[in-house]
Design a protein around this ligand. Structure first.
Ligand SMILES: [Zn+2]
Length: 335
């Protein structure tokens, strides 16, 4: 207990709170800028069991903001979950660390998150967050959202009785918005604060489970601003009110297509990379109206608008029917 003496001296934790932390299991989804910091704080703080989930490998460009990883991890191209687990074990050998090298998708999400006390979202995309939301609603688990971009950050806590993530975002945001750190950049100060706020929320959910307010925190480290936004449950929420669990389905169509809202569908065109410049020339030659930006291609076809991304995703606007969206994609892309 000497290890945790400073934390126990804080009256809101105390010996009882420390014991509750030791009996808890926290799953951290994503081992990037948020996940590495969050996992380190949880392990140093004496959470009994920490599960870390990530499918990526360590790269040199990660080291600016993803704590604990070393140049050797990047040179050896180690899976993030395994590299992080090794560092965490060296920090606190009394904590059980469970690394899982995978992507949290479909029904796998429920089996991976089952048994957790709290789930911490450290992902960088909305599809995975929607999946966490569906799985946590299904398992009645609280989870803590976190996101950062540029100098800004945001966290929010979702619990069984309050608003869920889809009450806030009923539709997937415009594609690319979820993973644009590559484009807009991000400060490690912002990601580290988000992770620290998330861990404080996780600890409070474990120690004082019924006292958490349903609210979001938003800040900007460059402007020095910080504020709280109340979260309100949406009476028409497809997930927590209507019971829809769209992101937990394992059938082929839902794995490749997501209904993003009332009027758009995300289609994943497999894992193939799209050569946008070449595709733009081909589609223009077919007489289609094409607008190209550096990162996407907009095509007007069959009374729909399709936004194509280089990683093979396509957003079809003008329909909420997944099969219709796939048919339009196939017609335009010829596959
Ligand atoms: Zn909801």
């Amino acid at each position: 207990m000497e290890r945790y003496s400073r934390q126990i001296a804080f009256p809101c934790v105390g010996k009882d709170g420390q014991a509750k932390l030791g009996e808890s299991k926290v799953t951290v989804v994503g081992c990037g800028a948020l996940g590495t910091v969050a996992a380190e704080l949880l392990v140093r703080g004496g959470v009994g069991s920490v599960q870390i989930v990530d499918r990526d490998i360590v790269e040199l460009s990660n080291l600016q903001r993803q704590f604990l990883y070393t140049e050797r991890d990047a040179a050896e191209r180690l899976p993030k979950a395994l590299a992080l687990a090794a560092h965490l074990k060296a920090i606190n050998s009394s904590v059980e660390i469970h690394p899982v090298v995978t992507e949290l998708t479909g029904s796998k999400a429920v089996s991976l998150l089952r048994g957790s006390t709290v789930v911490l979202d450290a992902t960088d995309n909305y599809v995975t967050r929607f999946t966490i939301n569906d799985a946590c609603l299904e398992l009645k688990l609280p989870w803590v959202y976190g996101g950062a971009l540029g100098s800004r950050g945001m966290t929010a806590t979702f619990q069984d009785h309050g608003a869920c993530f889809r009450c806030l975002f009923s539709e997937l945001p415009a594609l690319g918005a979820g993973d644009s750190c590559e484009l807009e950049g991000v400060l490690a100060s912002a990601t580290a604060i988000v992770a620290a706020l998330q861990v404080a929320a996780v600890m409070k959910l474990i120690i004082e489970p019924n006292t958490m307010q349903g609210c979001a925190l938003e800040f900007d480290v460059w402007k020095g601003s910080f504020h709280t936004i109340p979260l309100e449950r949406d009476d028409r929420c497809p997930a927590c009110k209507e019971g829809q669990r769209l992101f937990l389905a394992d059938d082929g169509l839902s794995q490749t297509s997501f209904v993003c809202g009332r009027n758009s569908v995300l289609v994943r065109a497999g894992c193939a990379e799209l050569d946008l410049a070449k595709l733009a020339r081909v589609l223009a030659a077919k007489g289609l109206e094409v607008r190209q930006t550096k990162f996407s291609l907009r095509v007007e076809a069959l009374e729909r608008e399709i936004v194509l991304f280089a990683d093979g995703r396509a957003l079809v606007n003008g329909t909420s029917d997944a099969q219709e969206a796939r048919r339009v994609c196939n017609a335009v892309l010829g596959s």
